[in-house]
Design a protein. Structure first.
Length: 401
């Protein structure tokens, strides 16, 4: 029988109502919600709500949630507000907050209350259970995680055997046929460039990024603990993540990792700079780069993807008005792949595609599997697939290698 979501907290908590986090034991019992999220530091300036992209289409007012959540008596009522599920965890509010707070975490903390009560949407429940049982949120069998490797020569890393670059694929890239091309093209490129690398193999499991965003805090802590122990067994110089979601999660939420994590665009930009990779053809097109929130705002990687695109002969690289730290979110993060939006207003991904069209871009280049899925869907919904293309950078580079 499948274990129910509401069993997770009991499974993870010990008798003292504490849970083990990354080698430390944290007590959750004596901390108020306001203390946990440092809410008393808020000066109610409103910069968070002012920059929040989803206010264009929903009633989410994160400043108001920060204010109201200082009152413990209001927490249950706040957790019932539908708006807490509108947040995409884009981190714009955190980037803009003058007091260094992370307002979005209040919303995720409220989601945790709902998840702990077991009263979540079936889509959310299924995704979380799938991570627990199969190591991915897509309800796919763990045993098929590496089916995408078929027909390719892929070097597999072994714990204890030294390798410079340890590749971490990501659940979405591993299972979704639309974005598997990212991993496939990367393998071909690494083999050609003679890079010292290894993929983890079938034991790779979800990094927990979306689990955290969906509010399943305790399952996330268990994932961090398990993955940290597992990844630390590999004698690698660094972890190279294919998805910005895994990259940012390792970088900011896995303090026990014994090696740094980078995004694959950083490795390729290094190889390009060293002359170890070259492209055989060009692309005479206007290309605009969409900064994924998890890569740019959260991961601080802005230049490497642009360097790769500029390295393609013929490419005219354009910039959105809202670029880099100000990039418009595509609404693919924050667990939104499993939460239906109640808003009927134009999706942000459609706004982004319209902006790209106004710029005259023929290609919207991205460096994130979720951005590919949301932006491509928006492009099709607008009937523009004859006019433009949404492509992951690795997709474009693979066509030129
Ligand atoms: S930006 Fe920071 S300080 Fe200002 S209202 Fe939002 S949370 Fe408070
Ligand atoms: S993370 Fe993004 S969507 Fe969520 S509250 Fe902050 S700015 Fe708004």
């Amino acid at each position: 029988m499948r274990q129910r979501l509401s069993d997770f907290p009991q499974r993870l908590k010990d008798e003292d109502n504490t849970f083990v986090m990354r080698g430390m034991t944290m007590s959750t019992e004596n901390q108020t919600f306001a203390e946990k999220f440092d809410l008393l530091g808020c000066i109610q300036c409103g910069r968070c709500t002012g920059g929040c992209p989803v206010t264009e289409r929903t009633n989410l007012n994160v400043r108001r949630f920060v204010y109201d959540a200082c009152n413990e008596a209001m927490l249950d009522e706040l957790a019932k507000q539908a708006e807490i599920w509108d947040c995409t965890a884009c981190h714009t509010c955190a980037v803009r907050c003058p007091k260094g707070l992370k307002p979005l975490e209040v919303l995720l903390g409220l989601r945790t209350r709902i998840v702990d009560s077991g009263k979540v949407e079936a889509t959310v429940r299924n995704a979380l259970e799938s991570v627990f049982l199969e190591g991915n949120p897509w309800e796919k069998a763990k045993a098929t995680r590496y089916d995408w490797m078929e027909g390719l020569e892929v070097k597999i890393a072994r714990p204890g055997v030294a390798v410079e670059n340890l590749f971490y694929v990501c659940c979405t890239i591993a299972y979704d046929p639309r974005v598997q091309v990212i991993a496939k093209n990367l393998v071909r490129l690494l083999n050609k460039a003679g890079v010292d690398y290894g993929f983890i193999g079938e034991d790779e499991s979800c990094c927990g990024s979306e689990v955290l965003s969906l509010g399943e805090e305790l399952l996330f802590e268990e994932i961090v603990e398990n993955n940290t122990g597992f990844l630390n067994e590999f004698k690698a110089g660094r972890i190279v993540a294919l998805s910005p979601h895994c990259f940012t999660t390792f970088r900011s939420r896995y303090p026990g990792l014994n090696k740094p994590a980078i995004h694959y665009t950083r490795l390729l930009a290094e190889l390009l700079g060293q002359g170890k990779i070259t492209w055989q053809g060009g692309l005479s097109k206007k290309v605009v780069f969409h900064d994924p929130c998890y890569l740019g705002k959260q991961g601080g990687v802005f230049d490497e993807p642009r360097r790769l695109l500029k390295g393609i002969e013929g490419v005219e690289l354009l910039e959105f008005d809202r670029a880099r730290e100000r990039s418009l979110c595509c609404e693919g993060g924050g667990g939104k792949m499993w939460v239906e939006s109640t808003s009927k207003k134009q999706r942000l991904a459609e706004t982004r595609i319209k902006d790209a069209r106004e710029l005259g871009a023929a290609v919207v280049a991205v460096a994130c599997p979720f951005c590919v899925l949301t932006l491509e869907d928006a492009m099709k919904a607008l009937g523009l697939e004859e006019e433009m293309r949404v492509a992951e950078i690795m997709e474009l580079l693979g066509e030129l290698a």
